[in-house]
Design a protein around this ligand. Sequence first.
Ligand code: ZN
Length: 65
Amino acid sequence: MMSDEQIVVARCPACRARISCPPVIMPGDFLYCQECHRRFEVVSQNPLVLDWAAEELNTSYIDRY
Ligand SMILES: [Zn+2]
């Protein structure tokens, strides 16, 4: 196996801050940027790519039911 000492760092799509993430991460996981306080979804593991979390687009417009 590869060394587990490797540090995985993602780049925030919003503010370009570095986001440290666990060595084992899978598409569908969420990472939190402590610089701009947003959550991002992991869309690709290798290379590590983040995308805006879908929940950013979800407005609760059905709360009248
Ligand atoms: Zn950020």
